[in-house]
Design a protein around this ligand. Structure first.
Ligand SMILES: *Cc1c(COP(=O)(O)O)cnc(C)c1O
Length: 431
């Protein structure tokens, strides 16, 4: 399997090159050359297969033989070493819980897979790899935990001083070992600029093998397809299945569309968003207008120009008639989201987080017109990651998940740095 550039389709690279580069040389996205189809036998046997068997089969079709079967199986096994339960909420409404990983959010899976692929590359090339990431909050913790204690990899996380919530900072800046947090006296844009400058610095690159853990890395996208297979392996039927996906950069939904193209029987998807509704708008009007993002209570989806959207369009041949047959877009306000959290809590005794609440609303809207469908909505984060929003919605306090409660006792271990590139470079070289 080769990967081609969406912006210059004749540019093709191997899986490992696509992973190391992250973006194409002209800043575009890598896409698999074709979508492998899995056998109908495999699909039928899903309920009797282990998660590792399923994940391995899916990953194997995208990853070339330079990563041998045994290694890939181990990588998959370690990536998904927690549960992905499908819980019945109402008749024909199921919730796929994607928050049982170390940072209690679904981004753990992509980060853990990428970390272990890079570890394999570090081992086979006998080189230590340094991963540079700039974060304004959420990405940092998934990447830090995904790479924590992974041999041969050093992670450097840059974040803007005073602009990351205390809880988020504790999630990525208290680990130590191979995870180095750098607190930059500047803005998030400064952090991104420093990362960019590092990649352009020849002296630095001759000394250190640099890569990024960007959210558009193909190795973060592919393992997200597993979710959809895991869900159907737990459902009693393969008929009339629809998934509702709470979307921001559209990585998760793109991975779902990949799973469908691989042969997983999915009738339709709901692209559920908050006020950042450029994709639902496109699906309704055939006009795509990226714009600045708006702040909402489901803030991991506050994206005005979704980075994975070109990939999703490519899977549908950039054809509006085609994509609108399979993907339905609905957007919801914060008021509607809070009301959904309250309603589900009262009626079902189940606590949604604000992102899951948006996907729940999207599913309900779809089911209103398609009552026969079996609906699965993705719950992408644990509710106690957003205590203020959830407690305000349900008018009750909630218990913090133990993994978050533990953080209170941990010490921040970050190093301060100015926003001046020479200071940052010195830190990188000294380490
Ligand atoms: C990142 C994130 C999303 C959005 O996922 P995309 O793949 O960017 O569409 C939804 N919910 C949570 C909790 C997230 O962290």
């Amino acid at each position: 399997m080769k990967y081609y550039s969406l912006t210059s389709p004749s540019h093709k690279v191997s899986f490992q090159q696509a992973v190391l580069q992250g973006l194409t040389p002209d800043g575009g996205l890598y896409m698999p050359e074709f979508i492998p189809e899995l056998s109908t036998d495999f699909i039928r046997q899903l309920p009797s297969l282990s998660k590792t068997d399923i994940g391995f089969t899916v990953a194997r079709s995208f990853v070339d033989e330079r990563i041998p079967n045994e290694t890939l199986r181990e990588i998959v096994d370690e990536t998904i070493a927690f549960d992905f339960p499908l819980v019945t909420l109402e008749e024909n409404v199921f919730v796929l819980e994607l928050f049982h990983g170390p940072t209690l959010a679904f981004k753990d899976v992509g980060a853990r897979f990428l970390a272990r692929i890079l570890q394999h590359i570090a081992q086979t090339t006998h080189q230590e790899i340094t991963v540079l990431v700039a974060t304004s909050g959420d990405t940092g913790s998934a990447v830090a935990h995904g790479f924590y204690n992974v041999e041969g990899i050093r992670v450097v996380i840059l974040y803007p001083a005073g602009m990351v919530s205390a809880l988020q900072e504790k999630q990525f800046a208290t680990l130590g070992r191979n995870i180095q947090a750098i607190k930059v006296a500047g803005t998030f844009d400064d952090c991104q600029r420093l990362v960019k400058q590092a990649f352009q610095d020849e002296e630095l690159r001759n000394k250190i093998f640099l890569t990024s853990a960007n959210s558009i890395n193909i190795a973060r996208l592919i393992p997200q397809s597993f979710y959809y297979f895991f869900a159907l392996s737990q459902l009693h039927t393969l008929k009339h299945v629809v998934f509702s996906v709470p979307s921001g950069n559209f990585g998760n939904l793109t991975a779902g569309a990949l799973a469908k193209k691989m042969g997983l029987p999915i009738d339709a998807f709901v692209a559920a968003t908050n006020a950042n509704d450029v994709v639902p708008e496109y699906l309704h009007t055939n006009v795509f207008t990226p714009r600045a993002s708006t702040q909402t209570i489901s803030n991991a989806m506050d994206v005005g120009n979704p980075s994975n959207f070109p990939r999703l369009l490519a899977l549908y041949d950039n054809d509006w008639d085609y994509i609108t047959k399979e993907i339905y877009g609905y957007a919801f306000t914060d008021t509607e989201t809070r009301k959904a959290i309250a309603d589900v809590f009262t009626k079902r005794n189940y606590t949604l987080d604000p992102h899951g609440a948006v996907s729940y609303l999207g599913l309900k809207k779809y089911l209103a017109n398609n009552p026969k469908a079996k609906g699965i909505f993705l719950e992408t984060a644990h509710p106690s990651k957003f205590p203020d929003v959830v407690e305000f919605a349900i008018q009750q306090s909630i218990t913090l998940h133990p993994a978050l409660a533990e953080l209170a006792h941990k010490q921040i271990q970050s190093v301060l740095c100015t926003s001046d590139f020479s200071d940052f470079k010195k830190l990188l070289m000294e380490y």
